[in-house]
Design a protein around this ligand. Structure first.
Ligand code: ADP
Ligand code: ZN
Length: 661
């Protein structure tokens, strides 16, 4: 995104080159301000234009009225001009012309005229410049206010596409650039890349296709979760074909004023056609392309409909021989209006999904090109630990790690910086200086030890990466981090979901056993455990409550969690509640029993936690293993099982081999 912004800025600067032509009102306002300054600076208190213009000839000296009177009395003054607001006296003393000016108070001073008569001074009353100045100086503040108001209105309407005054084109909302992004910059989405590659060819050699009479796709919809590189991919298409890239955001079309969006669409297509071959990119197209059936709120309906209609008309309007390709991005394809997806419009959809392990590794490699990584860094570890993250998150993790390394004045980024950066993106920033009482620390330590123990000894649970009682993020006082260290997982088996529930209950159970009372710290855990059970019943058909019947449907595969429940009977709801409650109780009893068995292991873990605040997964496992050995407990390490099996197998093999030989 960073380089995109740069280019945008350049673009705007170019457009602003002719500043005054672009902003007549702004220049008017500036002009008014200059006038005001001229008035204040040169005319001073006198308020007369003529003084300003005579300034060069002879200097004007501001004096008190009494002084002028004294000068007249002394016979130094030859002539006097009486103006409405001031009095100007000229002395021609020994050939040097001097002007004196003072506030006029002749109306009060009945002695002035007789005095001048007696001294032979010529005098006259003048209205002229003084009057004009009067009018202007009265009106000027109003003029300036009007100018400022017009300027503000203009700025506002610019932001909205020139709605109010009907001036200003949509140019500021449409970004045009010639990106130098290449396909190599987009990693981990090979299928999507493959799909859009032929577009590049069409943009590069349009004649080839046109001569053959081929119908070129006009619109391609890039579908995928946020941050997966849809914008980047669209740019790479433009970059590879070296054609101009016009981009707008769907939400930018949605304005207060009816008709603005439509005119913006018209502008966009006009510009793109003028510079064809070219690419138009519409981000968040769902903002305009929302199904008309779903209705609009807050009176924005008409506007949306007009904008959408204009978009459809534009797409139908240019023939398949105009090499302009419209790429649009959305993470909610299911809400798009069917008209948008019809043939000749966005009839192609390309999935840009979250990357798998290999994809993440590739993306990490792309982004670590620009930073200094220590040669010891193993990016495969990072790729394993970041399952579920999108390209933008990965880019961010690399950058955060660089910032961290910089803060500690390191020359290179090492693995620990990367791990810290991953943790930040999962659980938020460390809050080292939040003061927590010793008592609360104890609660948190037991709670987290409970989670960690259950995670380690339950088959199907993800093992512990780290346990910490350093507060992080918004709410967490402590946390147990489970980063996957296996290959990517796309499915979860039932026993794994149940394991997750046991791990979640471990925190609360530990508080009950070791502290003797429950705190509010377990609220979130219980919430999640309940949600898992609910999904098992309503979505996955894993229980007898509803059997295979689905009671809720997930609405959007990308946003996740958007489940809507279908209709079911009250009896079913009751059964569901009963099942969830009894299962949670049953698991809770089991977890408490387990923690009791491992009583001393939890005490040991808590002691270490209170001492050093953070313990790694390895240490957690050694504490548990030690305890199991001492107490002759059968090891229930889920992964231990696997390892034991593998070891047994290897032993068997080697025994076989030795027998054979
Ligand atoms: P989207 O448009 O899908 O929301 P973007 O294209 O804006 O996502 O991605 C934001 C940034 O994240 C990109 O500029 C890039 O730095 C990084 N990024 C995202 N996906 C990828 C990818 N597949 N390969 C490399 N970098 C990526
Ligand atoms: Zn917890």
């Amino acid at each position: 995104m960073a380089n995109q912004n740069n280019q945008q800025n350049n673009n705007q600067e170019n457009k602003n080159g002719n500043f005054f032509n672009d902003n007549p009102l702004l220049s008017f306002a500036l002009f008014s301000i200059i006038i005001i300054m001229v008035f204040k600076g040169f005319v001073g208190e006198s308020g007369d234009m003529s003084t300003m213009f005579n300034k060069q000839n002879s200097p004007v000296q501001q004096v008190k009225y009494s002084e002028i009177k004294k000068l007249i009395n002394d016979g130094k003054i030859t002539s006097v001009k009486l103006r409405p607001r001031y009095i100007e006296a000229i002395s021609d003393d020994s050939g040097v012309k001097m002007r004196y000016s003072a506030e006029n108070i002749p109306a009060l001073d009945r002695e002035l005229v007789p005095l001048m008569e007696s001294k032979g001074v010529t005098y006259e009353g003048v209205m002229g410049g003084g009057f004009l100045a009067e009018i202007i100086s009265t009106l000027l503040p109003f003029l300036i206010l009007i100018a400022i108001w017009l300027f503000v209105v203009k700025r506002m309407s610019k932001g909205m596409g020139g709605g109010i005054l009907g001036v200003g084109k949509a140019d500021k909302m449409i970004n045009s650039e010639k990106p130098d992004t290449k396909f190599d910059d987009v990693a981990g989405v090979d299928e999507a890349k493959f799909e859009v590659k032929e577009i590049v060819d069409f943009l590069k050699y349009p004649e080839r296709y046109i001569e053959l009479g081929a119908k070129i796709p006009k619109g391609v919809l890039l579908v995928g979760p946020p941050g997966t590189g849809k914008t980047l991919l669209a740019k790479a298409v433009a970059g590879e074909a070296s054609v101009p890239f016009f981009s707008v955001s769907g939400s930018g079309f949605m304005e207060m004023f009816v008709g603005v969006g439509a005119s913006r669409v018209r502008d966009l297509f006009a510009q793109a056609k003028q510079e064809a071959p070219s690419i138009i990119f519409i981000d968040e197209i769902d903002a305009i392309g929302k199904s008309r059936a779903s209705g609009g709120q807050m009176g924005g309906h008409d506007e949306k409909e007009q904008t959408l209609n204009q978009l459809l008309a534009e797409m139908d309007g240019f023939g398949t021989d105009t090499p302009v390709i419209v790429l649009a991005a959305t993470n909610r394809p299911e809400i798009l209006d069917a008209a948008l997806l019809r043939a000749g419009r966005f009839d192609r959809q390309v999935l840009v999904d979250k990357p798998d392990f290999d994809g993440r590794l590739a993306i990490l490699k792309v982004h670590s090109k620009d930073v200094k990584l220590s040669s010891k860094v193993d990016l495969t570890i990072v790729a394993k630990q970041t399952a579920g993250l999108a390209g933008a998150d990965l880019a961010n993790i690399i950058n955060e790690a660089a910032l961290l390394a910089g803060r500690f004045n390191k020359k290179e980024i090492d693995q620990s910086d990367l791990l810290e950066s991953i943790e930040r993106s999962f659980v938020g920033l460390e809050k080292k200086n939040r003061k927590i009482s010793e008592f609360e620390k104890r609660i948190v330590s037991y709670h987290e030890s409970g989670h960690a123990l259950m995670a380690e000894i339950t088959k199907g649970a993800t093992r512990v990466t780290k346990v910490s009682i350093i507060p992080r993020g918004l709410g967490a006082l402590g946390y147990t981090l489970h980063l996957p260290d296996d290959e990517d997982r796309f499915l979860k088996q039932k026993h794994e979901l149940m394991a997750e529930i046991d791990v979640l209950l471990g925190g609360r159970a530990a508080e009950e056993i070791f502290i003797g009372e429950i705190s509010t710290g377990a609220g979130n855990d219980l919430d999640r455990a309940t949600a898992i059970l609910k999904d098992m019943i309503t979505v996955y058909g894993m229980t007898d409550v509803a059997g295979l019947m689905v009671l809720s449907r997930s609405q959007n595969s990308f946003l996740g969690g958007g489940a809507v429940s279908t209709d079911y009977s009250e009896k079913m709801a009751e059964d569901m509640d009963n099942y969830i409650r009894s299962t949670l109780n049953e698991r809770y009893t089991f977890v408490k029993k387990t923690l009791n068995e491992y009583h001393q292991a939890i005490e040991n873990m808590t002691a270490v936690l209170l001492d050093v605040e953070v313990i790694e997964g390895k240490k957690v496992r050694s504490i548990i293993a030690e305890y199991e050995e001492e107490n002759n407990l059968e090891s229930r390490l889920a992964h231990g099982d696997k390892i034991a099996k593998a070891e047994a197998f290897a032993k068997e093999q080697s025994e076989k081999n030795s027998q054979d030989s």
